[in-house]
Design a protein around this ligand. Sequence first.
Ligand code: FAD
Ligand code: SF4
Ligand code: SF4
Length: 408
Amino acid sequence: MDGDGRMDAVWAPPVRAAMPRGLCTDCGISRSDNPKRCGHACQFIKPDYPLLETLVHGRARDPARIDEQFFGPFRRMVRASLTAPRAGAQWTGIATRIGERLLQTGAVDAVLTMAPDPDDKWRPVPVLVTEAAGMAQCRGMRMGYAPLLALLEPARARGFKRLAVIGIPCQVYALRALERELGFERLYVIGTPCSDNTTTENFHQFLALLADDPDTITYLEFRADYHVELRFADGRVKEIPFLQLPISKLPPDFFPMTCRTCVDYTNVLADITVGYMAGQGEQWLLVRNARGEELLALLGDEVRVSELGSAGKRKGPVSGFLKNVERAAGGLPLRGMPNWLRPLMGWLMPRIGPRGLEFARARVEMKAVETVLHLRRAYPKRLRNMVPAHVWALVKPYGILPRDGETP
Ligand SMILES: Cc1cc2nc3c(=O)[nH]c(=O)nc-3n(C[C@H](O)[C@H](O)[C@H](O)COP(=O)(O)OP(=O)(O)OC[C@H]3O[C@@H](n4cnc5c(N)ncnc54)[C@H](O)[C@@H]3O)c2cc1C
Ligand code: SF4
Ligand code: SF4
């Protein structure tokens, strides 16, 4: 990279300082020419999902299609893997491979996404990738926030007219809210689900609790089989059952309020969502519209797809989670369980707990529960504008109903 952050395949132009905001994940709009646009672009102020779903997908989520209440509008959902998984990818690398194919076929001038900070591999840095070869260094998950959308103006200034963006839901909401003002000829949006993000600094604290040599951890994932997988630089792999994670040693504010209360786990405004929650060990794709089909078609026979499965029942685990969140009163929801029982439950959960689509539904409901309970406690006035109707519908079966003044 040269002085202004310009490199052949990957360009990281400098960005302005952020404007101070309350609930904010620094998606980059406050650093743009017109930071006032946060007012109508922000997921944390007054989101309008039915409107944006209609603008992006041609329709809002359909009440008759039950899974759309959890995951937003989609044409089809599949289990998927690249037949040749890519080194350094978080799963098999579908998200970055789509970016590579868009660049290889000339469908876009650039892909806007995150690369690792050269001084801290866990810190995301927004970049514009202009050649397929540059996508390899963006593979994998970083923890933290970085102002992805601050690079929209540099992209336009450099004459890019067709753009792909790979982003997390709070970034994609602002992107879609502003899409019509941005003036790109073509925009492809590849979304990943996102939950329980935190600052990169906090994440380093967590890593330090998981291993004696945290700097050698190269990979971390919260898998759908109730284990955290860690990989180390020397090739070691460690799997820790969720129940045995050192959560009680984390500070109560480890997860920022934004990430405890955001309302879109599965990136409903993306053209295609690339996640893993319903994939039972593989990836999970939600193809949401015609452009999403176009993106998946770019992979041809490099991708193997199959039907999703579903097993177990979510009601008990979600009700238990709700009790734990209530009991924690703003701290981290620890399971009230004696230590001797934890290994046994850790063994049982992947076998009898919700799996496949039922696991994904459970996680979306848990997140909806957290949204309402945390906002009630910390920002009661925000519920009215911030919580969409579909979130209220998700928590209703658990006895959580809107109180006076909590809905528009
Ligand atoms: C903080 C976080 C939490 C997540 N939680 C879930 C979850 O609960 N359930 C689920 O199904 N999926 C979740 N994901 C998505 C999942 O980790 C994978 O990224 C996704 O399944 C794609 O895998 P892949 O192998 O195709 O990605 P790859 O081909 O490896 O590409 C990953 C892409 O994600 C981008 N990226 C990495 N870190 C960040 C970041 N911090 N902010 C923005 N973009 C980033 C990279 O730049 C790259 O473009 C989460 C992602 C993040 C960043
Ligand atoms: S739009 Fe982005 S920058 Fe603005 S307040 Fe929301 S998250 Fe922060
Ligand atoms: S958890 Fe929600 S608010 Fe936090 S980074 Fe992810 S999408 Fe944004």
